[in-house]
Design a protein around this ligand. Structure first.
Ligand code: SF4
Length: 361
């Protein structure tokens, strides 16, 4: 086997990669069969791969959009959610509080509400049965092109391409394409290439295999090319430098100031109105200028979209103007706090201050 050795990535790690000896486009069948055979032997046994129920597939896809497989599986979110909401009917009828509580820990709660909207639309438009039709699926709330491909191939075993981050990386490397994967022309190329390579006879296996290859061998950073099942077809010269991404938006540092006030066995919390955290409860956030004289109890950093937030929690005492309940604020029994849906950073801060942990990181 002929090998090329090069250095790539931030740490200049040496990467060994067999030289391509076969043409991917001319030998598509051989490529599909090498990939499929590898997957049948090595593919992971995820619960969503054992079902052809489009609802269960959709739940897994929505959960995995912004959450790692290890979290979704290891912490039992997927199984618990399907036990609580086994079908579109139960999900469509879920109250907001119950739905958000079932999603707690997964973050990006908008996904849960959108999932419920999809369930309602499937009932209203399709009598409760997911359609095996790309246009009808794409018309459902919150369902984009990737999810259409996932539903059609994973649930219905219908030939439909899909491109996610893993597939984009694998394709960019297989064809040695250094255009930014998030640019319009490259996205167009990725989707048309995914469609061209797709195995029309075994779309479920093929798409699963391509994604799994991206998670295992063709992973971000330094790939494991020596044991890659399709290395003979791969034209990448320096795979660890691919894919290229357009410049990211800069991270912005911001500060938030919240109060922690206890009175008569109750804690002051604030129910969030419209927006990303709608319906959730937070420590009441105040303008810094309103907090003079209040002691800083706790500080915690968290990230949300492009912001890196430092949450400062101040000890409020009844009588201080900042502790007067504002719109959305309520005094909540301490025993009821566990039942509320609270964003992770606020939950951690609240737990720390309730335990008198005066940690100033
Ligand atoms: S597809 Fe990825 S893992 Fe396989 S040889 Fe190419 S760069 Fe390496």
């Amino acid at each position: 086997m002929e090998l090329c050795v090069f250095q790539g990535g931030l740490h200049l790690a040496p990467v060994l990669k067999p030289v391509a000896t076969r043409s991917l486009l001319d030998e598509r069948e051989a490529f599909r069969s090498a990939l499929g055979a590898w997957f049948k032997k090595n593919g992971k046994d995820y619960p969503w791969r054992r079902t052809s129920d489009p609802y269960a597939v959709l739940v897994s896809e929505v959960m995995l959009q912004q959450t790692q497989i290890a979290t979704v599986l290891g912490r039992g979110f997927y199984t618990r959610f399907l036990e609580r909401f086994p079908d579109v009917v139960t999900l469509a009828g879920a109250e907001d509080d119950v739905l958000l509580k079932a999603w707690e820990g997964l973050g990006y709660y908008r996904r849960a509400r959108m999932l419920r909207e999809s369930a309602k639309a499937v009932i209203a438009r399709h009598g409760g049965e997911f359609p095996a039709d790309p246009a009808a699926l794409l018309a459902l709330p919150g369902i984009g092109r990737y999810t259409v491909g996932a539903l059609l191939s994973f649930a219905f075993d219908k030939p439909a391409p899909l491109v996610d981050g893993n597939v984009a990386r694998v394709l960019a490397r297989l064809f040695d394409r250094a255009d930014p994967v998030d640019s319009g022309p490259m996205l167009k190329w990725l989707w048309s290439t995914a469609e061209e390579l797709l195995d029309p006879d075994h779309p479920r296996i093929y798409n699963s295999a391509l994604m799994e290859l991206g998670q295992t061998h063709c992973r971000p950073g330094v790939p494991d090319c020596l044991s890659c099942p399709v290395a003979a077809f791969c034209m990448a010269k320096e795979p660890s430098l691919l894919p290229v991404k357009a410049k990211r938006q800069a991270i912005e540092e911001i500060d938030e100031h919240a109060i922690y006030a206890i009175h008569d066995g109750k804690v002051l919390l604030s129910r969030q109105g419209r927006g990303r955290r709608e319906g959730m409860w937070r420590l009441p956030v105040r303008d810094k200028s309103a907090l003079s004289g209040l002691k800083l109890l706790h500080r915690r950093k968290y990230g949300i979209t492009r912001y890196r937030v430092t949450l400062h929690v101040h000890a409020g005492h009844p009588g201080h103007p900042a502790v007067m309940a504002a719109g959305g604020d309520e005094w909540i029994d301490l025993e009821a706090v566990d039942l509320l849906v609270i964003p992770p950073a606020d939950r951690a801060a609240l737990t720390a201050v309730l335990g008198n942990a005066e940690e100033i990181a």
